[in-house]
Design a protein around this ligand. Structure first.
Ligand SMILES: Cc1ncc(C[n+]2csc(CCOP(=O)(O)OP(=O)(O)O)c2C)c(N)n1
Length: 558
């Protein structure tokens, strides 16, 4: 062995390389093929959190990643472990979350033989590659530093996303000579094409009513987006993943309903790290695929992923990091821009319309206001597919800081919320974290009450219990002549259930009671569940204020 080389098991080589790349917490469920990886954590400074289902390991890693921008790492056994975590992996992919999955594989002699070895999948790498950003095998301990570095680099660069690495059972247990390799370095973002920046600046300089729409790709660029918005006096909006880049209580921060009120008059739309789902699918026709928007404002897009420019093809494409591109645009526009002086009043008026509109979505808006009243500005909210969760899309819950609204992304994965919130709290121990769920979605991950109690993860989970999959129930009542099927739920007693796990519990039935109980629990810093009793069928549909074909002011007029 030469200097610096050591003899290590495959599992230890992976663990050390992951630690070198910043892994301080591993979420995972052990099993035979990955024992050496878990053993390598014994006595180290890496915190191990073992959830009660592999899906939660994936969601916790996603919550960790989304709330910090740093990679979230989880480990599960191959085959069923990977498949149990696969909805979380798809969700992380849709959410552009830098997640690294460390898994095993059957013994090398059995790969591809179809012999039915423990946890065998016909093609685990192929399966994973069809779902996530990348997946590869580490054949020998000596390859681990390079290939684990590559996993962290790939997860975090370009458009972030999940990466999986697997190692065969014998290779992970066996020893090999492992070279010393420095951890991967984040490359400096490359400069955008100056001619594209110039073309965008020219369009924006003459725009009278520009709008900026952010996605996940803008979360690290809050200062730059805000500076650009102020130069242009352009309102900044987002649907889910880009919320909080400009706080929604800033004069230029507008959530979805206010943005829709402004939309018909927008002459230039600047998308920043966003798929632009809201204007073209939610406010347009979700069934019609358009490669190039056929109507609406001129479109400028800033995106790190060149392939994104082939989807909603823009008039000007800037393939670049959002922070770099926005800074360059703001510099150029500082002298060129001549914002419309009436824009500020225009935006304020749209916000007033939005406030009146969301007041109609009751009781959800009243409950969201109660949560906002006690959640600090930098506290996190993890919504969930539910009546109250959907209502957050409208702006009824203003998002006030980057990364503090951790949503499900386009997969719309019911059940993601509670376990994701646990990962957010692990990554942000000093911050308040609230998870809101329906009774249906909460039960997808109810077993994680044990994880919250065991590791003292002080998430406050608010379960809005309407004894139904309320959205499904409403759709069946409205669209299927009242033939409701499979949408009513008989639930456990949530208070007693939580208490049996050692989690504090409350039951409330008004927004004022919720505000009081939440304030108490946020002060106590302990895992807690608050059940909100909701009479089935009493929640106003939020959908008229999400899929808005018309201006909200027109919807309000009836
Ligand atoms: C993985 C997955 N399964 C099913 C759905 C379809 N779905 C969307 S919302 C919903 C009902 C959610 O019910 P609940 O969590 O009780 O919230 P509520 O709407 O009643 O407030 C269902 C079944 C989904 N989005 N994701």
């Amino acid at each position: 062995m030469s200097v610096g080389e050591r003899k290590l098991s495959g599992g230890r080589a992976i663990a050390e390389a992951a630690r070198g790349n910043g892994m301080t917490t591993l979420f995972g469920v052990p099993g035979a093929q990955i024992y050496p990886l878990f053993d390598a954590l014994y006595g180290t400074d890496v915190d191990l959190i073992v959830p009660r289902h592999e899906q939660a390991a994936g969601y916790m890693a996603m919550g960790y990643a989304k709330s910090t921008g740093r990679p979230g790492v989880f480990s599960v056994v191959p085959g069923p472990g990977v498949l149990n975590a696969s909805a979380a992996l798809c969700t992380a992919m849709g959410n552009c979350a830098p997640v690294v999955c460390l898994t095993g594989q059957v013994p090398s002699a059995f790969v591809g033989r179809g012999r039915g070895h423990l946890h065998e999948l016909a093609d685990q790498l192929g399966t994973l590659r069809s779902l996530i950003k990348g997946a590869w095998r580490i054949d020998a301990p000596g390859d681990a530093p390079r290939l684990v570095n590559e996993a962290f680099r790939a997860a975090t660069t370009g458009r972030p996303g999940p990466i999986a690495v697997e190692m065969c059972w014998d290779a992970m247990a066996g020893e090999g000579v492992v070279p010393v390799e420095p951890p991967s370095q984040t490359p400096e973002p490359s400069a955008p094409d100056p001619s594209a920046v110039g073309a965008a600046a020219r369009l924006l300089a003459t725009a009278r009513k520009p709008l900026i729409m952010c996605g996940a790709g803008a979360q690290h660029a809050a200062a730059e987006v805000r500076a650009l918005a102020e130069v242009l006096q352009a309102p900044v909006t987002a649907f889910r993943s880009g919320r909080g880049v400009v706080p929604e209580d800033h004069a230029l921060g507008v959530a979805a309903v206010a943005a829709r009120e402004l939309w018909n008059d927008v002459d230039v739309l600047l998308g920043v790290g966003s798929r632009l789902e809201m204007p073209y699918l939610r406010w347009g026709d979700p069934m019609r695929y358009e490669q190039r928007p056929s109507s609406g404002p001129k479109l400028i897009r800033i995106d790190i992923a060149p392939e994104e420019m082939q989807r909603f093809q823009p008039d000007v494409a800037i393939v670049a990091d959002a922070a770099v591109a926005c800074r360059e645009l703001a510099d150029r526009l500082a002298k060129l821009a001549s914002p419309d002086p009436s824009r500020a009043e225009n935006v304020a008026a749209a916000k007033r319309v939005a406030a009146a509109a969301v007041e109609r979505i009751q009781p959800q808006t009243a409950y969201l206001r109660a949560i906002r009243a006690v959640l600090p500005r930098d506290g996190f909210l993890v919504p969930e597919l539910s009546q109250v969760g959907f209502t957050t899309y409208t702006g009824a819950f203003p998002v006030l800081a980057p990364r503090t609204y951790v949503s499900e992304g386009f997969q719309g994965t019911l059940g993601f919320g509670f376990p994701t919130a646990l990962g957010v709290k692990v990554a942000n121990p000093g911050k308040a974290v609230v998870s809101i769920t329906g009774d249906g979605g909460f039960m997808f991950g109810v077993q994680e009450l044990a994880t919250a109690a065991e590791y003292d993860i002080a998430v406050v989970t608010i379960v809005f219990n309407n004894h139904s999959f309320a959205n499904v129930l409403r759709d069946q009542e409205l669209q299927f002549g009242g033939r409701t099927i499979g949408s009513r739920l008989r639930n456990p007693d949530f208070q007693r259930l939580a208490e049996s796990f050692g989690v504090a519990a409350h039951r409330v039935s008004t927004p004022t009671e919720l505000e009081r109980a939440l304030a108490t629990e946020l002060g106590l810093e302990r895992p807690a569940l608050i059940e909100v009793a909701i009479e089935p069928g009493t929640e106003t549909s939020p959908w008229p204020y999400i899929h808005m074909r018309r201006r909200p002011s027109e919807i309000l007029r009836g």
